[in-house]
Design a protein around this ligand. Sequence first.
Ligand code: NAD
Length: 483
Amino acid sequence: MNPVTKSSYVDGAFVSTVDASDLLDNRNPSNPDDLIERFARADQALTEQAIAAARRAQPGWARSNPQQRADALDFIGSEILARRDELAVLLAREEGKIVREALGEVERAGRSFKFYAQEALRAEGEKYPSVRQDVGIDVFTQPLGVIGIIAPWNFPIAIPAWKIAPALCFGNCVVFKPAELVPSSAWALAEIISRAGLPAGVFNLLIGPGRSVGDTLIRSPHVDGISFTGSEQTGRQIARLAAEGMKKVQLEMGGKNPLIVLDDADLEQAVEVALNGSFYSTGQRCTASSRVIVTEGIHDAFVARLAERTRALQVGDAQQPSTDIGPVVDARQLEQNLAYVASGVEQGARLVCGGERIDNPAGAFLFTPALFSEVTPDMRIYREEIFGPVLSVLKVRDYDEAFAAAEDTAFGLSAGIVTTSLRSAEHFKRNSSAGMVMVNLPTAGVDYHVPFGGNGASSLGSREQGTHARQFFTRVKTTYQLA
Ligand code: NAD
């Protein structure tokens, strides 16, 4: 049976005339024969219509009552939370994250909307006396304008939510382009937003490719800001184009996040933290730890125990309750993981376990989590973002050497340490160049109400999430008035 063809949402309505010659099939990575839904791709003309609709709606939405914004955001958050089970299954089915993790992601999305419902009512603004007699100064923020939101596939609902919610909260209009691998979660979110009472044009969804829809958004003079999460390569291209157009950008990109394990660490805790941070969500998290830097006293015991735990992980269908690690998102990413494993072996690292494709009748993209030891810092598996469950262990002498190794990267998103030493933990928190630092916790797994972001090649622009999101989504206005 052919599934219904779904479409983009522009100017307050789902597009009714669809071009049947350009359809996108959304398939389940646990079973590629399972065609979840079919989507009509948006083209450049529809993208321009969506931008124009957002532009028209912008002045009205900028002046909207904060209560109206709060109510709309609260409605969206409540519905996401009420439908969390159904949305989590859809997410697991299209992205391959196990249902337990998908549920956590959906909850986070709902709570982001609830957070910004409150934030819409938060008073802001500053008053200053002037250095000139009888002059008063008011400083306040105004909406940035029309925001292009470009999202990756690995968090199909949470990343869109943590961008869309603050954009709307601070009075901006949105044109949202999800990744083509995960249109169903994006469409489900847009359908909820379409019933939240927003005026036509305030929110628009475009399902389509980066090279046309995304590129049009970035180049349009009618888009004031781009909030992007994705690969470093695409991020750099967006930064160049945005600079030409003098557009504000917020870019969240890749990582090669280190986890330090010191001799004084609790072994079981260290193994748990490494296992979770490296392999859960099939290693497809920008905050995943793909380098574990271990001091020599605990190294052998750590590798042996981690190998034992890794071998015990159940790799399988994302919707099976017994599965720990779901499939890789698609065939291309699976090939990339296998190629990195081959390069690790070729460059002389020891493949302790995993790193293999699992043949299965459903044709799922199953890959066993790979653990490498005897890694050296020049190896590609140690330096480049793999975006899969492939972990490199580097042996070092002491904390100082571990710290230097952790810092030896162009990225700077997340970094972790497992230790019982207060002194080492404090030093690492203060001095790591990463934007987020974890002590005795996995490098991945963050809260929704505090800043998220990194440094170096990982991020550009101001932080996402929490109250800090205001910096990107608003402009500062300073007014002077003679009494
Ligand atoms: P990607 O860069 O291929 O795609 C991201 C988005 O950009 C997609 O919507 C895509 O269609 C769009 N796009 C692609 N080319 C474009 C172009 N030329 N112009 C405009 N838009 C374009 O990344 P991906 O494969 O979807 O996601 C994986 C990457 O995302 C990894 O590198 C990962 O580290 C990163 N990521 C980062 C964070 C973070 O917060 N730092 C979070 C999740 C994922």
